[in-house]
Structures are given as C-alpha cells and as structure tokens.
Design a protein around this ligand. Structure first.
Ligand code: KIV
Ligand code: ZN
Length: 518
C-alpha cells in the first residue's frame, strides 16, 4: 500500500475563510484534535502576517509532537526567517514557501518577470533549506501557469533543495483532466522529481476540489492538502473527510493507497471546528453534515431495516457520527456531566468542569433535557479565550413584537460602576446592540453575525458568533444561551473584551493582513 500524506491546512488556509478566525488557544486545541485524527502535517499558520499569528504557530509547534508542523512563508527572506523562528520548538518543522508562477499573477500582482520569479524561488528555497531540512515549495496558481514555465520553476525548487513540491489549483479553475496533464508533465520533465513528494492543493470554486485531489493522487501526488469541513478561501479547500473516505470506501479505484487518518475521529473534529468557528457544515454535507446518515423516505427506512447496505455506503460509526442523544437533566450530578463530556471526547479540567456545571444547572432549569449538542455549546462558551473578561452584562430587558423594538442594557467594566443605556432598533438584537454601542468606550462596527441552534427543538441552545471592527482591527465574539438575545449581547461583550485587551497591547499586533487576495 502506498501512503498518502494528509497535509491539513485548516489552521492556515481554513482560517482565512471569512468568519473563521480562531484564538491561539482554539488553534492549539484544534491542532491537538488534528494530531489525534492522525494527519501527517499541520499547517499552523503564516507567521509573518501578525505577532498573534506568529505566537499561534509557536504554541501549536510546542503542543504536538508526532505530526510535522508547517509555517507558511512568501518567497522572501523576511518571511522565511520568521517561519523558521516560529517553528524553533517544533519536533518536526517544515517551512512552506510559495511564489506564483502564472503570468497573470507575475505580471499583474507581483509585477515581476519570469526570470525574477525563478531567482526568488531559488533564494527562498535554499534560504529555507539552510535553516530547516524539510522545505515545501508551492507554485501558486500552478493550474493557470504556462506548463513549460511551471516545469522550469519546479526544477529550480527541486535543485534548491525542496523536498515537497505542491501544485495548487489556487482559484479552483482546474478540471481533473488539467490536473492529470500537469502532473504527468511535471513528473516526465523535472529531473529528480522522483526524490520529492508531489502534492496537490485544490480549491472548490467549481465544486471540483475533491475530484481534482483524487485525480492528483491517481497521477502521482503522494500528499493532499485539505481542510476539515472544507473551510477555506472563498468556496473553500478540498474537504479532508471527503478525500479520506473516498480513498477508503472506493477500493475499486484506491485499494493501493492508505492514509493514517483515524476515520472515527472525523465527525468529532468536524463538530469541534464548527463550535470554534461558528461555521457549521451544511446539513447535506458529505460525511459530516447533520443529514449525512439521515434517512427520511419510507422506502429507504424499510430497506435500511432489512439491510443497512441498501442505502448506506459506509456506516455512521465508521466516521464517528453519533445521533443526538438526550442525556442529562436537572438532577444529573457533576460526575455524570464529567463522564458525558469524556464520552464526547472532552476531558475537562476541574476549573472547566466547574464552569460547565454552573452553566449546565442554569440550562437544565430552563430545559427538561440537555442534549449533547447543548453540552458542547456550553463547553465552548467562554473557553479558549485570549482576553480576560472585562465587560459584564448586569441586566438586559427587551421589548419586541412591534416596531421598533427597545432594549435596556446595564453593563459594568472591570468591576467598576454599572452603566445603563436604552435604545431602539429593528428587532431586539439590533436594539440591544445599539444600547451596548452607547456604553462601549469606542466606535464599533458589526462585521459578521450568525445564530445557530446547537441542537433540535424550540428550546435548543442558540450559539452566536460575531465579529466587530474597532479602530481598524477585527475582534471575534462568541456566546451561547437558550435566550438568543442574551447570547447575542454576551457575544458582543466577548468581542469587546478582546478589543479592551488589545488596547493594552500594541494595537497593530492584532491587525490581520490580507495577503491572499488573488
Ligand atoms: O491556494 C494556494 O495557492 C495556497 C498556497 C499558499 C499554497 O494556499
Ligand atoms: Zn490555498
């Protein structure tokens, strides 16, 4: 069996999706989960882009031992050196440097000619190799590059010491036939290509990312770059779970390939990422969607009862999908709660358990039964934060059902005096946010806002994820409650806590650089 290396870029390309920003603590937690999932390489981030991103790469590098940890770098000395520095503590570091090779990118974006591009590739790869042995080079926009020039660029990178060559379909424009042609040409023309690992990295703008990745494997790629739930720039990256399960479930095509992925961890990782980012995969998403194993039609249910294989090509157990279960109620104790979290894959520290238990009791008072999804929402609320709590919601009252709605909000700051504001708005959340806006010490603009029901039923816990812009920087906030207006208010205060914290640090440290527009 030939091994296909799984290069997970959830924390880098995935985190570039709008709204998927993660705190350092969240990235570390996701990285540990990716480690348990069995991925071979974790791309932890893009160290030069901000001090916070640099620190995330450092912390991820320290927190996992088995997988290779990669840091991204443009083909410049500054980027490469920063990546090497961030990876200093990694047991198995990799510098992933890249430069565009399509004429469109060279002429219009970078404003350099092909010769200059080759010079930069040589310098970046050899500079990286001088510091770290494991160096990957990516030809950004490879699938729209002139094939002869692409071959020259790959040759330069191989000669300079790259051990992995990645050929991305950066804008998701390739057809599987293009991937086949590109890989066959590179394999035929580049001297020494058999000594390096060939990799594909496909985006999903036409919904072909997984098909293109599989075509890459059929044509010699031994590394696939992908993300959990397929999150990523624009329409996303190739979905890790779909590639892995296609390789496993289709032996008629892929019986000579294997990955080290522990498939039973696919759904738990997907679920954790959804809670952390607020980006729940669509219900009909393959493998990890809520309906991926749901059977509605009577004929299907009848067939399943007779033999599951009639309508299931894999079992939910194979990918760790668990049905929703009613588990705990008002009278369940701390032990039962700790045990259920542990069964769900979360071993809580005693401080985390204290917090979760307090919230659980409040919740169990409002709902008769508490579902697994509610427990996860409770757990993720307020954990893995990168700023202390500064603002406290002391009181909230809203009137809605007629236009406009109005809200009375009382908030304290760092234990100081309680201040009150009232406001009206187009609905209770708008009114509440306007009132908080009156009390906030800075101008703020809401950039993103989502509410999701954690489980089913009208009393489900609602999870709010949002981001606000304060003085040029963006801060994410998250909260959960059976009362969605309360959750929204606390999510906003959670984002303001981060803005408050950032004020005490260097504000520029929190600016995210948008280096990726293509
Ligand atoms: O899509 C892309 O080209 C990338 C590279 C940086 C690998 O993400
Ligand atoms: Zn990408």
């Amino acid at each position: 069996m030939e091994k296909i290396l799984v290069f997970d870029t959830t924390l880098r390309d995935g985190e570039q999706s709008p709204g998927a920003t993660m705190t350092t603590a969240e990235k570390v937690r996701v990285a540990q989960e990716l480690d348990a999932l069995g991925v071979d390489i974790i791309e932890a981030g893009f160290p030069v882009s901000s001090p916070q991103e640099f620190d995330s790469v450092v912390q991820v590098a320290k927190s996992v031992e088995r997988p290779i940890v990669a840091g991204l770098a443009r083909a410049t000395k500054q980027d490469v050196d920063k990546a090497a520095e961030a990876l200093k503590h990694a047991a198995h570091p990799r510098i992933h440097t890249f430069l565009a090779t399509s004429d469109l990118h060279l002429e219009r974006k970078l404003k350099i000619n092909r010769d200059e591009a080759l010079r930069r590739i040589e310098k970046a790869v050899s500079g990286a190799r001088a510091q770290i042995e494991d160096v990957e080079f990516s030809c950004e926009d490879a699938t729209r590059s002139d094939l002869d020039f692409l071959i020259r660029a790959v040759q330069v990178a191989v000669d300079a010491g790259a051990s992995t060559i990645n050929l991305p379909d950066t804008v998701g424009y390739a057809h599987p036939a293009d991937i086949e042609r590109m890989l066959q040409a590179v394999r035929a023309e580049v001297n020494g290509i058999d000594k390096v690992v060939l990799s594909v990295h496909c985006h999903d703008d036409l919904g072909l990312a997984v098909a293109n990745s599989l075509t890459g494997i059929e044509n010699g790629a031994r590394q696939v770059e992908c993300t959990v739930n397929g999150i990523g720039e624009r329409a996303g990256n190739a979905s890790l779970e779909e590639i892995v399960m296609a390789l496993r479930v289709l032996p008629r095509y892929y019986d000579r390939f294997m990955t080290s992925i522990v498939a039973e961890r696919l759904c738990p990782v997907s679920e954790m990422l959804a809670h952390v980012t607020g980006m729940k995969p669509q219900a009909n998403k393959a493998i990890v969607g809520a309906n991926a194993f749901a059977h509605e039609a009577g004929i299907h249910q009848d067939g399943l009862l007779k033999d599951r294989r009639t309508y299931e090509i894999m079992t939910p157990e194979m990918v760790g999908a668990r049905g929703s279960r009613l588990v705990l109620g008002k009278h369940s104790g701390r032990h039962a709660l700790a045990r259920r979290y542990s069964e769900l894959g979360y071993d809580l520290s005693s401080a985390e358990l204290d917090r979760a238990y307090d919230l659980f009791i409040l919740l169990a008072d409002r709902k008769k039964v508490v579902h697994d999804e509610d427990l996860l929402a409770i757990y993720f609320e307020g954990t893995m934060e990168d700023a202390p709590r500064a603002f406290k919601l002391e009181y909230l009252e809203v009137r809605c059902g007629r236009s406009p709605s109005d809200a009375v909000v009382r908030v304290s700051h760092n234990g100081g005096p309680v201040k009150e504001a009232t406001a009206t708005g187009d609905g209770p959340i708008d009114a509440t946010f306007s009132a908080i806006g009156e009390l906030a010490p800075w101008e703020m603009r809401l950039e993103e806002f989502t509410i999701q029901a954690a489980g089913g039923g009208k009393d489900a816990v609602g999870e709010v994820h949002l981001s606000v812009r304060v003085g040029g920087n963006e801060f994410a906030g998250r909260a959960a409650s059976t009362d969605i207006v309360d959750a929204a208010a606390r999510a906003l205060l959670n984002a303001l806590d981060k803005a408050d914290h950032a004020r005490g640090l260097e504000a520029r440290a929190f600016a995210r650089m948008d280096l990726w527009a293509v």
